[in-house]
Design a protein around this ligand. Structure first.
Ligand code: AP5
Length: 223
């Protein structure tokens, strides 16, 4: 069966997770964030805690194994939306050599935002440690302050959302993603979206770009 595969990438706080979740509901595909998979796996979250908290990447083999395990679940059979993967050339090559099939339809979406906006967003970000849902104090508040709408767990701030670590994550992003962007561009699978608009407007722009690309038209059964 041909699968529909979307890659979301962009600097920290560009809104990858937020948009991947929205698209997942609209397209009926699972949104898979490698960051969330790590944070919610007690063993790996412990083992790689310092790398993650310091804004460093976790080893490629660990990430690839985690992804393979997640993709073996039934909900990923028709396709999936990846948030934050691939992040290195090794991950990119692993994916294209071992996971993607010739009949699959793939598209990579970069969400671009400016540096001041990144800091602004991360200062107000909160997340649910239980179900992974994401919020923002101003732009996407929970109904009850500090409590997850979905599972009523107390919301937390991510330990890597401090100014120093944000700077580290941003620098790493700029150094590592350039070659991958060039590859997607050469393959004709790249869409760039301006992320400094309201969340719903960004979502509309993504849907419009996917429509133009033929990604949605080719897959009428999922919309
Ligand atoms: P990960 O969890 O992927 O972190 P990240 O890439 O830094 O991305 P963020 O989650 O910070 O941002 P986002 O773009 O998803 O923004 P969000 O939608 O939340 O990775 C964390 C760590 O795990 C890495 O540092 C690494 O250690 C490890 N890791 C993960 N994947 C790996 C891999 N493949 N290889 C190796 N290591 C890996 O939005 C941010 C905030 O802004 C939210 O509060 C949201 O509500 C708000 N917001 C979103 N959109 C808008 C908007 N349009 N307007 C206003 N506010 C908005």
């Amino acid at each position: 069966m041909a699968r529909k595969i979307l890659f979301f990438f962009g600097p920290p706080a560009s809104g990858k997770g937020t948009q991947a979740e929205k698209l997942a509901q609209q397209l009926g595909l699972p949104a898979i964030s490698t960051g969330d998979l790590l944070r919610r796996n007690n063993q790996l979250a412990g083992e790689y805690k310092s790398a993650m908290n310091e804004g460093q990447l976790v080893a490629d083999e660990v990430i690839n194994d985690l992804l393979i395990e997640r993709l073996s679940q039934a909900d990923a059979e028709k396709g999936f939306i990846l948030d934050g993967y691939p992040r290195t050339k090794t991950q990119f090559e692993y994916f294209y050599n071992n996971i993607i099939k010739s009949e699959d339809k793939a598209c990579a979406i970069e969400i671009s935002v400016s540096e001041p906006e990144i800091y602004n967003r991360l200062a107000g970000r909160r997340f649910c440690p239980q179900c992974g849902a994401g919020y923002h104090l101003l732009y996407k508040p929970s109904q009850q302050p500090g409590i997850c709408d979905k599972c009523q767990t107390a919301l937390e701030q991510r330990p890597d959302d401090t100014e120093d670590i944000i700077k580290e994550r941003l620098g790493l992003y700029q150094r590592t993603m350039g070659p991958l962007v060039a590859l997607w561009w050469q393959m004709g699978e790249l869409i760039i979206i301006k992320g400094e608009k309201e969340i719903d407007q960004v979502n509309d722009d993504i849907l419009e770009a996917l429509e133009e690309d033929g990604f949605l038209k080719l897959k009428p059964e999922i919309i």
